[in-house]
Each structure stands twice: as structure tokens, then as C-alpha cells.
Design a protein around this ligand. Structure first.
Ligand code: NAD
Ligand code: DAU
Length: 331
């Protein structure tokens, strides 16, 4: 199969590209190379990398020529950045998805759109979100992702396009940009920098190793039904406090580095996914325990300092970091 992977130079997308290439598929990547896109993530994968925007129909048409399917990872993905700049997420996360749906409508190709558990909003202890649950997004990021999801369903119903989506939980592993909790804390700990824990640190996320997430998306590509959503969760819920302790243990950093800072605005307390549908219909299940996935991730950041130091020393990263944390860490 020839597949266009949009956002394939980012974290999850680059793992997915390598997976498809290893399985013998023909892959083209379309990526805008925003701050989060990094061609180095694709090292060792012989693919054409086209630099362009998923919201640009001409770029999508050119990159998608001859493709049977598009798998869309391209997005503005960081909740904290979406709070700082709520308009910035709409063009890619909504208009971009619409542009890919137009491609599917014009060509008859399949679109698999990669979405998130955050569209369901947060849950009390005990519950788990099912695909049929109402969407209650809390942040500008998750609201834009929910809008993308709804466009997918509307295009299937109105135009009969072959499109479906997956909703993954908190994904971790090598090559994740060091703005998200685990890579930020691992790299800060390795550098003896503070670990800024929001609020009481008792928020719960469901952790999914990146290779398991990619396996679920591939199953959706090959066996998913048009018009359906599939939850892909790690079935491994942990509080941020525990993640922080694991980082300290793995790096040998001092607990004094942990700083409780002002909470994220609108912070969701807990996410949890019911993954029955993906298990039954896609024959998918997460295979990597948190112990194993975390050990592999911590080792990768320890051994690939040059990858993250290049990012963390850039002007753009420093400016973002100061805006996000300087005041919080002074308090
Ligand atoms: P990432 O931020 O690491 O990478 C995003 C990629 O998209 C980058 O390569 C960037 O250059 C590219 N991109 C951004 N805007 C673009 C545009 N307009 N046109 C073309 N390319 C563009 O993201 P990630 O963490 O790998 O997430 C990938 C997808 O998975 C996103 O849709 C995200 O919402 C979803 N998701 C992520 C997680 C997670 O925990 N990371 C969990 C569930 C779902
Ligand atoms: O649930 C899936 C989502 O997971 C994806 O859709 C998003 O793209 C991805 O970024 C992630 O969103 P989160 O907001 O859950 O991830 P983040 O790593 O930003 O934060 C995880 C938890 O850690 C959250 O409760 C906030 C907290 N946190 C985060 C940072 C960056 C801190 O306490 N301190 C921090 O500095």
C-alpha cells in the first residue's frame, strides 16, 4: 500500500513511518516542520519528506498523488501552548483535517485521523470513556481536536468518504519533544534543572507506549470501519506524582528538584479509556508494560543527549520555556 503520513516527522508519526516501512509499505511524509517536526526523527527510514501544510490543498494533492490512504498525525499537540495561543491550533487541527477530508472525497482514498482521549474531557475516579460518549473538551487544544473528529463523522455521513479515527491516550517513548511531561522531566533531571509539577500532582493519565499506539493505528488503517472511532488506551493509569518519582529514580536526580508550581488553567484531572471496541474489532491490545516502556524511554533520553540538547538550546525553545515556567518557578 502507498500511504501518505502527515505529521510524520513528529513524535508518534515518525515511529509509525518506520513501522510501515519495516512492513514493506511505500510511504510519503508531508510535514510542515513546525518547532515539533524534526527530520532527524526519520533517520534510517527511506521515505520522501515533503515539506508542506495539511491545510494547503495543493500541497496535499501533490504529496498524496498515487496514495491509497492518508494517516494524519499533523497537529498542534501541546495543551499548554494552546492555552497561550488558542487561535494557533485551529488552522491545523480543524482546517487541516477538513483539507485531508477533501482529499479523501476527491480521490476515494482512505483517511485515518489520529485523535486523542482528551476530547471526552476528564472523568471522576472509576469511570472510563467509550467511543459513543459525548465530547466535553476542556482546553483549546482538545476543543480543536474534537472539532476535527466531528468533521470526520460529518464527511462520512454527508459525502460517504472512507474516513475513521483513533483516540489515543498519553503516549510516551523515544523522540518525544521535551515540552511534554515525561521528556521534559527526564531531560531536566539529567541536567539538574527543576521539575515543575502542576498543582498537587495527583492528576491521572493513562500511559501508552508509542509502539503500541502505532500498532493500533495500523490496525485501524487495515481493518477499521469508515465512520467509526476507536479508543487506544494503555490501560495503565498513573498519577503525575508517581511519574515524577520514577524520573528521579531513573536519573538519580535529587528530590529537591521537584517544584510544585501554579496549576495549568482548566487542568483535566483524569482520563481513562474503555478499549473494548479496539480489542474486539481490531484485535489490538497494548503489549508493553509501563516498567518496560519507561525503562526504554529513560535509556533513550540518557543515550541521545545530542538530540534533545539541540532542541533545548534553540532560541524558540528557550523563549517558550521562559514564558511557561519563569514566573511559576520564581513563586
Ligand atoms: P508532535 O507535536 O510530536 O508532532 C506533530 C507533527 O505535525 C510535527 O512533525 C509537526 O511539524 C507537524 N505539523 C504540525 N502542523 C502541521 C501542518 N499544518 N501541516 C503539516 N504538518 C504539521 O505530535 P505527536 O505527539 O506525535 O502527536 C501526533 C498526533 O497524535 C496528534 O494529532 C496528536 O493530537 C495525537 N495524539 C498525541 C498523543 C500524545 O500523547 N503525544 C496522544 C494521543 C493523540
Ligand atoms: O491524553 C492524550 C494527550 O496527552 C495528547 O492528546 C496531547 O497531545 C499530549 O500532549 C498529552 O496531553 P497532556 O496535557 O496530558 O500531556 P502533558 O505531557 O502536557 O502533561 C501530562 C500531565 O503532566 C498533565 O497532567 C500536566 C502535567 N504537567 C505537564 C507539564 C508539561 C506538569 O505537571 N508539569 C509540566 O511541566
Amino acid at each position: 500500500m502507498r500511504v501518505l503520513v502527515t505529521g510524520g516527522a513528529g513524535f508518534i508519526g515518525s515511529h509509525f513511518v518506520k513501522r510501515l516501512v519495516a512492513g514493506g509499505d511505500d510511504v510519503v511524509v508531508l510535514d510542515k516542520l513546525t518547532y515539533a517536526g524534526n527530520p532527524e526523527n526519520l533517520e534510517g527510514a527511506p521515505v520522501d519528506l515533503v515539506v508542506g501544510d495539511i491545510a494547503d490543498p495543493d500541497a496535499v494533492a501533490a504529496a498524496g498523488r498515487g496514495c491509497d490512504a492518508v494517516v494524519n498525525f499533523a497537529a498542534e499537540t501541546h495543551v499548554d501552548r494552546s492555552i497561550l495561543g488558542p487561535r494557533d491550533v485551529v488552522e491545523t487541527n480543524v482546517t487541516g483535517v477538513l483539507t485531508l477530508l477533501e482529499w479523501a472525497r476527491e480521490t476515494g482514498g482512505r483517511l485515518v485521523h489520529v485523535s486523542t482521549d482528551e476530547v471526552y474531557g476528564d472523568l471522576e475516579a472509576g469511570g472510563a470513556s467509550r467511543e459513543s460518549d459525548p465530547l466535553r473538551p476542556s482546553s483549546p487544544y482538545s476543543a480543536s481536536k474534537a472539532a476535527g473528529d466531528l468533521q470526520v463523522f460529518a464527511y462520512v455521513r454527508t459525502y460517504g468518504v472512507d474516513a475513521l479515527l483513533t483516540r489515543g491516550s498519553n503516549t510516551y517513548g523515544p523522540n518525544q519533544y521535551p515540552e511534554k511531561l515525561l521528556p521534559l522531566f527526564l531531560t531536566n533531571a539529567l541536567d539538574g534543572e527543576p521539575l515543575p509539577m502542576y498543582g498537587d500532582g495527583r492528576q491521572v493519565r493513562d500511559w501508552l507506549f508509542v509502539e503500541d499506539h502505532c500498532a493500533g493505528i495500523e490496525r485501524a488503517l487495515r481493518a477499521g470501519r469508515a465512520g467509526e472511532a476507536y479508543n487506544l488506551g494503555g490501560d495503565d493509569e498513573r498519577e503525575n506524582r508517581e511519574i515524577t518519582e520514577r524520573v528521579l529514580e531513573a536519573t538519580g536526580a535529587s528530590p529537591d528538584l521537584v517544584r510544585r508550581v501554579t496549576d495549568r488553567a482548566g487542568h483535566d484531572r483524569r482520563y481513562s479509556l474503555d478499549t473494548t471496541k479496539a480489542r474486539v474489532e481490531l484485535d489490538w491490545a497494548p503489549m508493553t508494560s509501563f516498567d518496560e516502556g519507561f525503562a526504554r524511554t529513560a535509556a533513550w533520553y540518557r543515550d541521545n543527549r545530542s538530540w534533545w540538547e539541540a532542541i533545548k538550546s534553540s532560541e524558540g525553545y528557550r523563549a517558550y520555556y521562559d514564558t511557561q515556567y519563569a514566573e511559576r518557578l520564581k513563586a
